[in-house]
Design a protein around this ligand. Structure first.
Ligand SMILES: Cc1ncc(C[n+]2csc(CCOP(=O)(O)OP(=O)(O)O)c2C)c(N)n1
Ligand code: SF4
Length: 338
């Protein structure tokens, strides 16, 4: 969330750069870029107050294509760089773009701390379950048994679930969406930008070159209704082509039920974005036993890191004065190198 508004109305074109987009034809990243460029003007933030920070990977080429400020940083470190930027310049709208390899492997530590600190960032994790840029090695989200160039006999690693990781770090905003669902993706970008605190959005993305169809059960028109549960706050959890299946609580567990034979929508769970336990249960659902939840799993308010750090700075200044950096460096033990 940023407080500085744009002086004049902007359009999608204002956010497009003159750079040739260097993703493979058909890559899911194109749709994500298009939806972000579409939503940006609606947010009413001046372009010079928007910054996209990325690490390394195909997804991390994103800042070149956004006509805003940007920082193509080092592998896995985008959350740390974005944290410094937001703490120093809280009025900026800071976005982190990362991949499942960049954000959860080499950058897992940095991601975790940005999430728990609740600094006011928007974190978009493009999850294609593979390393795209380095040509198809398995990633922390690849499924067990996955045969790739680096796992020729099949991966023996149990995969990370990005949403569960974010919820485990007690992130205040956690959502999931899909590259090909333009409207839903736009809505999640809007919701993330409105949230004060770290907004984490997992975007299921197709890498048609090295992991084609990894999410087809959830993204293809025909299979999506039976494999995805679109969450809406305050609404019962219904899914299926005929909207005749739902999610019900059975003791401490969730279960899929077929409507009819005495079971109605009134028996189903109603989504509550503020219920942490429910978010955990939903986040752990996966195919084939359950549909994959899409939408906002959790949205709650908690003081942000940037507010807290700037309050402390103001407090220190009130007590001790503005301070003098040169005097600070010159105090204590100093020496000349000759
Ligand atoms: C320090 C360092 N280690 C390893 C690499 C090699 N490397 C570049 S991108 C990448 C993984 C990218 O995967 P992901 O984040 O999933 O992005 P994608 O390309 O799939 O969008 C790796 C391991 C690097 N550039 N720097
Ligand atoms: S390698 Fe995959 S993720 Fe990278 S640009 Fe090509 S299709 Fe997209």
């Amino acid at each position: 969330m940023s407080t500085i508004t744009a002086p004049t109305a902007l359009s999608r074109k204002d956010f497009v750069t003159d750079q040739d987009v260097r993703w493979c034809p058909g890559c899911g990243d194109y749709s994500i870029l298009a939806q972000v460029q579409k939503v940006m003007p609606e947010l009413g933030i001046a372009r010079e107050n928007v910054v996209f920070v990325s690490g390394i990977g195909c997804s991390s080429r994103f800042p070149y294509y956004m006509n805003t400020y940007g920082f193509h940083s080092i592998h896995g470190r985008a959350p740390a760089i974005a944290t410094g930027l937001k703490a120093a310049r809280p009025e900026l709208s800071v976005w982190v773009v990362t991949g499942d390899g960049d954000g959860l492997s080499i950058g897992g530590n940095h991601m975790l701390h940005a999430l728990r600190r609740n600094i006011d960032l928007n974190l978009l994790l493009f999850n294609n379950r593979i390393y795209g840029l380095t040509k198809g090695q398995y990633s922390p989200t690849s499924e067990m048994g996955k045969v790739t160039k680096s796992t020729p006999l099949g991966s023996i690693d149990y995969p990370l679930n990005p949403v569960s990781v974010a919820l485990g770090a007690e992130a205040t905003f956690v959502a999931r969406t899909v590259d090909v669902d333009a409207k839903h993706l736009q809505e999640m970008i809007r919701r993330a930008s409105q949230h004060r605190g770290t907004a984490f959005v997992e975007i299921l993305q197709n890498c048609n070159i090295f992991n084609d169809g990894a999410w087809s059960a959830i993204s293809d028109k025909d299979s999506k209704p039976d494999n995805a549960l679109v969450l809406e706050h305050g609404k019962p959890m219904l899914f299926g082509k005929q909207r005749d299946k739902g999610i019900r609580m059975n003791g401490h567990r969730l279960e899929v039920v077929q409507l009819g034979n005495g079971i109605t929508a009134a028996d189903l769970l109603v989504h509550d974005e503020q219920d942490a336990t429910l978010a955990f249960l939903l986040g752990a659902m996966h195919t084939p036993a359950f549909p994959v939840p899409l939408g906002v799993l959790r949205a709650v308010q908690r003081p942000t890191y940037d507010e807290a750090i700037n309050a402390q700075v103001a407090q220190a200044k009130a007590k001790l004065g503005a301070g003098d950096l040169d005097a600070l460096f010159a105090q204590g033990d100093t020496w000349d190198v000759s």
